[in-house]
Design a protein around this ligand. Structure first.
Ligand SMILES: [Zn+2]
Length: 373
């Protein structure tokens, strides 16, 4: 009993206090500490080194019937012929009438019952059918944004990169940009496009559009190319800290893009990238990184596509543009497999939906942060 009492105190008073302090210190006052590596729209939490998931979300996603008794803090899960009983604070559960033990107890976090990831894998997935990562249809996070600028890279006499079978970057960019615009507009977001047809738009004009639009985000869509045909993947760029030294900044940018084939990037040159990135000013940088990460996570979660990740480049910034901005490289038209995928309208739609989900998640976090300030 003595031991139980002690572990009870540790579990319910000391550990939450430690987590609270840690999350406050580490996240600089941010209210929640989710590991953003959950299952689709289900967040994951690290509690004492164990990954926990909110039970109600798992049940919603897995279509599992759940019943919570607030008095005894016990939960009954039912689906098909199987039934699981569990209780907050207990590592003992009853599965179809038989006692099983979990390595970590069922817990409460932020007012909701959470279960160890292992419980999901060993019991929920096995008895009730696997709860897969990804967003359940219709349960995507809504986009909390008013206005977004979508920039389809290149256009007109500037084709951008060209694949071996003739796929032109400007066409892929425009199609993805239009699909993204539609998805955002469907959610009530006002979208400004720097171009909606196959025409050449000078970079200065794109900058002006972004500057004059008073939008909350700037999303530039590009497709990649590399002399190494095997190279493939999805990546997102943001502007990294201003060194205040243009020469060093340019050198860093060159290093970041060292493997680029100059022939491919005759039009998609350093200047283009520099100009786009110049549009991002320092205050928007943190949000740009968060947005870039959110988009990459979403692609990683929802697609088979290799994610090369979030990358920064050092450029001096252009004052006046207030919105966070990212440059997305959808894939490599120089890679035969990715060129084939990028030609496929189903694939384009999947990529676009994953990008939109990443933007939505970003906007949710951003809205929550705004509200807590
Ligand atoms: Zn490009």
């Amino acid at each position: 009993m003595q031991k139980n009492k002690k572990s009870f105190i540790v579990r319910f008073f000391l550990l939450p206090a430690v987590y609270y302090l840690l999350s406050t210190v580490l996240l600089n006052g941010c209210a929640t500490a989710p590991l953003r590596t959950g299952l689709g729209n289900i967040p994951a939490y690290n509690i004492g080194g164990t990954t926990y998931l909110p039970l109600v979300s798992l049940c919603q996603q897995g279509d599992i019937n759940w019943d919570y008794d607030t008095f005894t803090r016990s939960v009954t899960l039912k689906k098909g012929l199987h039934r699981i009983n569990l209780r907050v604070g207990e590592d003992m559960i009853i599965v179809d009438g038989k006692i099983h033990n979990l390595s970590s107890p069922v817990d409460m976090y932020q007012g909701t019952v959470v279960v160890p990831l292992k419980f999901k894998e060993r019991y929920l997935d096995v008895l009730f059918g696997e709860i897969k990562p990804g967003y359940a249809k219709g349960s995507r996070a809504p986009i909390c944004l008013r206005k977004v600028v979508i920039d389809a890279g290149h256009g007109g006499n500037d084709p951008g990169a060209i694949g071996r079978t003739g796929l032109r970057e400007k066409d892929v960019n425009l199609d993805i940009a239009k699909r993204l615009a539609k998805l955002l507009r469907d959610q009530g977001v006002t979208v400004v496009m720097t171009r909606s047809t196959d025409k050449f738009i000078p970079l200065s004009r794109r900058v002006d559009i972004a500057n004059n639009s008073n939008a909350e985000l700037f999303i530039s869509i590009h497709s990649n190319a590399n002399r190494v045909r095997g190279l493939n993947g999805f990546e997102v760029y943001y502007v990294s800290p201003n060194t205040g030294d243009d020469r060093r900044a340019l050198a860093a940018a060159r290093n970041a893009r060292l493997n680029l084939d100059r022939n491919y990037f005759a039009s998609d040159s350093m200047n283009l990238r520099a100009t786009l990135w110049d549009m991002i000013y320092a205050c928007g940088r943190a949000e740009s990184i968060t947005l870039a990460r959110s988009i990459c996570r979403s692609i990683d979660r929802e697609m088979q596509t290799r994610v090369l990740g979030v990358k920064g480049a050092n450029f001096y910034v252009l004052k006046g543009v207030r919105s966070p901005a990212v440059l997305i490289e959808i894939g490599f038209v120089s890679n035969p497999n990715e060129e084939r995928l990028l030609k496929n309208s189903y694939y384009r739609q999947q990529v676009t939906e994953a990008i939109a989900a990443g933007i939505a998640n970003y906007s949710q976090d951003y809205a929550a942060m705004e509200a807590s300030q």
